[in-house]
Ligand binder design. Sequence first.
Ligand SMILES: C[S@@+](CC[C@H](N)C(=O)[O-])C[C@H]1O[C@@H](n2cnc3c(N)ncnc32)[C@H](O)[C@@H]1O
Length: 256
Amino acid sequence: MSMNRLARTTPAGHESLTVDQRLDLLVATARRPRTYRQLIDVFDRIVADPYLLKTRERLTNALRRNDDCWDLCCVLAAAAELFQPRTYLEIGVRQGRSAAIVAAICPAATLYLLDMWCPQYAGVENPGPEFVREQLRRVGHHGPVHILSGRSQETLPALMSRADPPGPFELMTVDGDHRDAGARADLQNVVAHLAPGGVLVFDDIAHADYPTLYDTWTRFLAACPELTARENRSVATGTAVAMRSLERLSHRAAGP
Ligand SMILES: C[S@@+](CC[C@H](N)C(=O)[O-])C[C@H]1O[C@@H](n2cnc3c(N)ncnc32)[C@H](O)[C@@H]1O
């Protein structure tokens, strides 16, 4: 892996920061009013689903009341801005709300988006790849977009077993299968492909419909000493974010 690759996960001017300091900077950036306004701007450029509208309302209220409300969307916007990832992987895309955030802030980034397009997922239409591509165009994204349709527990291993697999990824979101076995498999499958200093976002750690998902997350973390995490269980359905240690990878995901 070249030093250039390593440097891409370092926020400009913050090369000497430890992982803990980088995570603190990430969370501080996620909870800034400027980030909330940036998200509202992105949301106003794409077709809205009810979850987007709910998030938009929470951000508007947070701006008005000076509340602290970092969630999946805020942390993705902050990570995209600070780390300017060249490659982003997302499991669980639905109508493209989270993908559009990264796409708007990093319009040239290469995106790998995985979803099986469950019909009416959580009561919301799930129109599929063409709809998502149009959402990304709406926010001005012009980088390569690879959409992999099917169960992520199959499509991700298939992607990574290609002769020339993508990655390592500087930013990843796992927000697909919310059943414990599926979420655990997704986390285990992505972590090997996270760049040194790369950021992994896991959503819904405090979701009332998935009360055991937090255990799945904490057990996963306990088995991954190379990750350091921050969590917010008090806003929306709870979000966790982890950063990989800054050491180079020793396995194949490290690249040449
Ligand atoms: C919570 S939604 C994603 C929301 C999106 N990240 C956002 O911010 O708007 C979960 C998505 O994961 C997909 N999904 C559920 N199980 C999956 C699986 N096993 N493989 C791939 N996608 C899956 C569903 O089709 C749905 O679109």
